[in-house]
Ligand binder design. Structure first.
Ligand SMILES: Cc1cc2nc3c(=O)[nH]c(=O)nc-3n(C[C@H](O)[C@H](O)[C@H](O)COP(=O)(O)OP(=O)(O)OC[C@H]3O[C@@H](n4cnc5c(N)ncnc54)[C@H](O)[C@@H]3O)c2cc1C
Ligand code: FES
Length: 1087
């Protein structure tokens, strides 16, 4: 939403803006700026027509961020547009189409694109709504929480919301504004616009967060705080005594912080601020700091030194021991060495310190100081060492550069529709999503948008806090005291079966035992969501803990598996390894992943009161299983249960089966109470209860010739079909086990095991290239399958377009020309992919409307998953359309000049049925592990990507400089949607090119520290977080925090230090994106 105060507009998240903070503020929501019923606002129109909306759940927020920017700045720059979205997340579309659509407001020249900007309505700022004073929103004190009897919004108290000396600052000499620039740099990476619109600096200080970004800056700069209370006023320095303990300040309960005095910097004073988080934008810090040095007049002898850190203790701290030792010392490498050794000792963290990442955080404290040391040298600009000052080695200069974002640029090329294709036939054209305009205007109805029923009740789940335990007792007495409490539900209330899940190995409610944190034990039903939440917190469960298995390693050690071992074997492994010139073996871990669909799980259950009938509105990918699980739990025939799915705010596999966990509980509540019952999970509950992508542990052994030709592979992992990626390996054996742990059950997630296996293949392929000392692209190309080859599971490769994608990608990315500037690698991926009705019936899409999925219109449907929905449902629709066309044929013949409406009416009057069903079954499937024969897949999809990245070896930051993707998707039904998918989540795996580019860059950085390291293999588990990147860039700082505390080990001069590493590999989502999109294969859906 947009908050309007005076003439300024602020974007804000409704959940962060208490109603009382809106006093005197005009509020505009997405519904207020335009509508499909009247006229869309240009912002809404452009996001819809530029294909910036897929599931659409994020769209209203994104629209309002852009609207706010335009209200403040009608002709924004590209950078301002990008900054406006720091606080917005989109999971499906990817930001490229969104930014591309909105860039039209910046009046920049656009590359050939998937929409025509000339069709857009112009923006006319004079037409925006003006809020008359009588529309201003007043205070609505609705908070019932006794803890907050008074709520004050600093924005409305002039004394708490003003800046003195503001405008003059810009004119001051830079020497006086060192600290101010440090504050501004820190604010660049401080939350997003939406948070900054509503948060105050005072609040940030008094919250006393140990990872506050501003507190170390204020502490290091010598900021003073004025604190007032009734009749008292005092000024205190914000020094190391200000935060006595966790989340505590020196303020008394009656005191308030009135003002903050940030000092001007003096002659000979230098200041820097640094922050490192897991991602650059809108993320909280792992380590954050403010650093200041003041030199004796006219010298580089330290008079004052302050190094203050967040993220290194339970409060903001100052490294006093280390800094005090440096007084009167000169700014040179001896000081650098002493400070680093001192920090390594003073800022030690215990191995179990909250927040983890011990080695990374400790290394960062040194890295930041190294950056500060170099930055000061650069500012001093010393040419010689006469006054005992150090000198900036030019090879270190990159470490002094602040992180800069590059404005993204992108090009998409795709196959045009054949000449002569009728205008009405929209197949193959970049057609906007049919619901895009409704999503952009906030009219699209998601599950929880359905208006409340009369007497509706709300459900909240009670979940286990233990990983593995016996349930000793459940006490609901406290919950019953909460107003509005209706009832508690447990396993004993289930009329049918408590057994549920795809393999009947799960429970609706845990009965005697819980097997993971988040295991659903029961549910509370109450009259409001808030009462249900309070009551659920009041349910007390006591446990008797049992041994828990948490990691894959634990599971292997305890022989805790599901099912038996699976194996695919081909060729003679023994012979292959004996013939190999070289053998490499290793282990690789690939972490899990949270789906983070924007709409969390949601169900509304409406009992119909007759014969067990119930209507369920569910956000699910799997209407049929939802129906059968509910029927089984209630003990009623399946035909009494109707499941309706209008749309989902994202799923990605996470709503294929896990949505039923919530639905069965809500259905039981509706059954037991006789009322409609609703539950939408909060994000934290959703992440706790439902699993994500399966983490993988792979052990591999690969045999190869000096030429890079692979002759044998043995692998231990789950996704056996993909273990070869697209490489031919004559002798191969893969075995896999599925580990059973005490974590919530993992589930389908885009690619379902495939991406992990492909990733492992690329990992050992890189190692083969490194070991042979050959260019990685040469080794990969050499091992590619060829047309007609049989895979290791004996499926023939037909229309194998990888070589063509490969050549295209190399050419479009100017691979060889750019590689001469950097290290290199390429790799490849294989994977499978309603306009159908429009083409089949030969009517325009405007005559077609997608209503909803429901179990009474399409029984026994398969889940919308595994990238097959368009194939199977598209073909089924095609079949149904053919039936209708056949029935209409006599009427068309009779009236060849008639319209669609004429034929339909004639058929109706002749009592011909105009309703038909279609059914499609993917042909020729049926792989057998026993015989290693039969097709596992209907067809393959091919793609190649190449990425160039830059890493900061000191902090672990990385930047994607450019990515080229070439995908063969057969005949695209809608290139806008397909390109959106390919760029938003590069066909489930190609994004890994960035990982391997990063690994290559790390290899280059490591080689700078140890001669010969370029050929040495090292392990980098996925994902490549800043922590893993920094820790893998082994250097003197990592040695210092890892080894015994021995400053002498460093030596007097640090060795050559490269602060940025660059490498090229495969990837996506980068600063420069070029997607070539064309049909190269035969996988046409339509005849
Ligand atoms: C999505 C998100 C991202 C964030 N990212 C960052 C980040 O990157 N870096 C970072 O450092 N922080 C971050 N934060 C934290 C955020 O900066 C603080 O929550 C915010 O600054 C608090 O300001 P407020 O005005 O909302 O304070 P409130 O929440 O209103 O107040 C916080 C506390 O301070 C007290 N208080 C406020 N003003 C005064 C005063 N004048 N005198 C005495 N007591 C006072 C209040 O009583 C309360 O106890 C983030 C928060 C969110 C929600
Ligand atoms: S379209 Fe953005 S989250 Fe789905």
């Amino acid at each position: 939403m947009t908050l309007i105060w005076g003439s300024s507009h602020f974007s804000a998240n409704a959940c962060l803006a208490p109603i009382c903070s809106l006093h005197h503020v005009a509020v505009t929501t997405v519904e207020g700026i335009g509508s499909t019923k009247t006229r869309l606002h240009p912002v809404q129109e452009r996001i819809a027509k530029s294909h910036g909306s897929q599931c659409g759940f994020c769209t209203p927020g994104i629209v309002m961020s852009m609207y706010t920017l335009l209200r403040n700045q009608p002709e924004p720059t590209v950078e301002e547009i990008e900054d406006a979205f720091q606080g917005n997340l989109c999971r499906c579309t990817g930001y490229r189409p969104i930014l591309q659509g909105f860039r039209t407001f910046a009046k920049v020249t656009l590359s050939p694109s998937l929409f025509n900007p000339e069709e857009f309505m112009p923006l006319d700022p004079t037409q925006e709504p003006i809020f008359p004073p009588e529309l201003l929103v007043g205070i609505e004190m609705k908070f019932k929480n006794q803890l907050f009897p008074v709520i004050i919004c600093p924005a409305w108290i002039p004394e708490l919301n003003s800046v003195e000396h503001g405008p003059e600052v810009a004119k001051l000499p830079t020497q006086k504004t060192e600290v101010f620039r440090g504050v501004l740099e820190q604010l660049r990476w401080f939350a997003g616009k939406q948070v900054k619109s509503v948060a105050s600096i005072g609040g940030n200080i008094i919250t006393a967060s140990p990872i506050s970004d501003l507190n170390p800056v204020f502490m290091a700069s010598g900021t003073k705080l004025t604190i007032v209370s009734r009749g008292t006023r005092r000024t205190v320095p914000m020094d190391h005594t200000f935060f006595p303990s966790y989340r505590k300040t020196l303020l008394g309960p009656e005191e308030i912080l009135l003002s903050i005095e940030i000092p001007y910097s003096r002659e000979g004073e230098f200041f820097s601020a640094f922050k490192q988080a897991s991602r650059r934008e809108d993320d909280i810090a792992k380590v954050t700091c403010g650093m200041r040095v003041l030199f004796q007049p006219g010298s580089t002898q330290v008079k004052e030194l302050a190094l203050c850190y967040g993220g290194m203790a339970d409060r903001t701290i100052s490294a006093l021991k280390t800094t005090r030792r440096q007084l009167s010392k000169f700014w040179n490498e001896k000081l650098l060495q002493d400070v680093c050794a001192g920090l390594a000792e003073e800022l030690a963290l215990s191995p179990d310190a909250p927040g983890g990442m011990i080695e990374f955080r400790r290394t960062l404290t040194l890295s930041f100081f190294f950056k500060f040391y170099l930055t000061v040298l650069k500012k001093l600009g010393k040419e010689d060492s006469e006054d005992k000052c150090g000198k900036l080695d030019p090879t270190y200069t990159s470490a002094t550069l602040l992180f800069q974002k590059d404005p993204p640029a992108n090009i998409q090329l795709f196959q045009e529709v054949p000449k002569g294709q009728s205008k009405e036939d929209t197949v193959g054209r970049p057609l906007p999503h049919l619901a895009a305009a409704m999503q952009a205007s906030g009219e699209a109805v998601y599950c929880d948008d359905i208006p409340c029923y009369e007497n509706e009740l709300f459900l909240r789940l009670v979940t286990s806090t233990r990983a593995h335990a016996k349930i000793k007792s459940i006490d609901v007495s406290e919950a019953q005291k909460v107003p509005g409490f209706v009832r508690f539900l447990s396993a004993d209330d289930i009329p049918g079966s408590n057994e549920t899940g795809l393999f009947n190995d799960e429970t609706v409610f845990a009965k005697d035992k819980v097997t993971c944190v988040g295991h659903i034990i029961g549910a509370v039903v109450a009259d409001t969501p808030e009462h249900a939440q309070r009551a659920a917190h009041g349910v007390k469960v006591t446990y008797e803990d049992l041994p828990a298995i948490i990691t894959i390693e634990d599971a292997i050690k305890n022989n805790s598996f599901y099912g038996s071992e699976l194996k695919i074997e081909k060729g003679d492994l023994k012979k292959g390894f004996s013939e190999a010139d070289n053998v490499v073996s290793g282990e690789l871990y690939i972490g899990g992943q949270e789906h983070f669909y924007m709409e969390t799980h949601c169900t509304i259950a409406v009992p119909k009161g007759e014969a067990g009938e119930m209507e369920l509105f569910v956000s699910t990918q799997n209407a049929t299983k939802t129906q059968s699980f509910v029927a089984k739990m209630l003990g009623v025939p399946v035909n009494r249960i109707l499941v309706r799915v209008k749309r989902m705010g994202g799923g990605f596999g996470g709503k294929e089966t896990r949505s039923t966990l919530v639905t069965v509980a809500v259905a039981l509540a509706a059954y037991k109470t006789g009322h409609p019952v609703r539950c939408m999970l909060d994000r934290d509950e959703d992440m706790l209860i439902t699993g994500g992508r399966h983490p993988f542990l792979a052990r591999y052994k690969v045999g190869f010739m000096k030429t890079g030709k692979i002759v044998a592979l043995e692998i231990m992992e789950r996704a056996l079909f993909h273990m070869d990626n697209c490489y031919k390996i004559p002798n191969i054996r893969g075995t896999g086990r599925l580990c059973k742990t005490n974590l919530s059950s993992n589930t389908a997630f885009r690619g379902f095991g495939g991406p992990q296996a492909l990733f492992i293949a690329e990992n050992w392929m890189s190692e083969v290239a490194v070991t042979c000392g050959l260019p990685a692209e040469e080794v990969r190309r050499k091992n590619l399958y060829k047309e007609g080859d049989l895979t290791h599971f004996n499926q023939r490769l037909e229309e194998f377009s990888v070589p063509r994608c490969w050549d295209e990608c190399l050419k479009s990315s100017q691979y060889y020309a750019r590689k001469s500037e950097a290290g290199a690698l390429i790799h490849v991926y294989t994977d499978g992919s309603v306009l159908v009705a429009s083409r089949a019936l030969k009517i325009p899409t405007s005559k077609i409307y997608i209503s909803e999925t429901s179990t009474n219109t399409v029984p026994n449907s398969s889940p919308t998953a595994a990238s097959v929905s368009t194939d199977v449902y598209g073909q089924a629709i095609y079949e149904a359309c053919q039936t209708i066309l056949k029935r209409l044929l006599p009427f068309k013949r009779k009236n060849p000049d008639g319209s669609w409406e004429d034929w339909v009416m004639a058929a109706y009057q002749d009592r011909v049925s105009l309703s038909a069903t279609g059914f499609y079954r993917t042909p020729n499937l049926g792989y057998s592990f026993e015989t290693n024969s039969g097709n596992a897949f209907h067809y393959f999809t091919y793609g190649v990507a190449c990425s160039e990245v830059e890493i900061d070896c000191l902090t672990g930051d990385h930047k994607n400089l450019r990515t080229d993707i070439v995908m063969d998707v057969g005949s695209s039904l809608n290139p806008a949607i397909d390109i959106g998918q390919a760029v938003g989540e590069p066909p489930l795996f190609l994004g890994a090119s960035i990982f391997f580019a990063i690994k290559d860059a790390i290899r280059a950085a490591r080689a700078q520290h140890t001669a010969g390291n370029a050929k040495k293999l090292f392990r980098l588990d996925s994902p490549a977080t800043p922590e893993k990147i920094r820790n893998a860039c082994v250097d003197k700082f990592t040695t210092l925090v890892r080894g015994p505390r021995n400053p002498g080990r460093w030596g007097h001069r640090p060795g050559k230090f490269c602060c940025r590493g660059r490498a090229e590999m495969l990837g996506c989502l980068s600063a420069f994106l070029y997607v070539r999109w064309e049909a190269m294969g035969p996988h046409s859906l339509l005849p």
